[in-house]
Design a protein. Structure first.
Length: 115
C-alpha cells in the first residue's frame, strides 16, 4: 500500500458554515461545524478517488509567514515557507539533555560502559 497526501483547506464563512476543499482537485464539501466539514470532505474525497483511481495530488503547499515589526514604521515582511514550518522548533528536555551529553554533535549519544 502506498500513501498519498492531499492538502485540504478549511474556511469559515461569514454565515458560520465551514467549507473544505482539496487543493488541486475538484473536491468540495460543507458542514455546519468544522468537524462536520472534515467528515464530509473525507467522504467526498474517498468517493472521488474511487471514481478516479489514478488521480494524483497536483498542489504544492506553501505557508505565508508574516513577520510584523513591533516598533517604528517598519513594514511587515512576508515570506513563503513549507508546511513543515508549522510543526515548530521546540526541543524536548530529553532531546536537549541528549545533545548536551553528546557534545552537540548530533546523532546518538555516546555509549557509556559500566566497568
Amino acid at each position: 500500500m502506498m500513501a498519498m497526501h492531499y492538502p485540504i483547506v478549511f474556511e469559515r464563512e461569514d454565515s458560520g458554515v465551514y467549507s473544505a476543499y482539496v487543493a488541486g482537485l475538484p473536491v468540495y464539501a460543507q458542514g455546519s461545524t468544522r468537524v462536520k466539514a472534515a467528515s464530509a470532505i473525507v467522504r467526498t474525497l474517498s468517493a472521488y478517488l474511487d471514481a478516479h483511481p489514478r488521480e494524483q495530488p497536483r498542489a504544492e503547499v506553501r505557508v505565508a509567514k508574516v513577520s510584523i515589526p513591533t516598533r517604528g514604521r517598519a513594514r511587515s515582511k512576508v515570506s513563503l515557507v513549507t508546511a513543515a514550518a508549522l510543526v515548530g522548533s521546540r526541543t524536548s528536555q530529553r532531546k536537549a539533555a541528549s545533545s548536551r551529553t553528546n557534545g552537540r554533535l548530533g546523532g546518538r549519544p555516546r555509549k557509556v560502559f559500566a566497568g
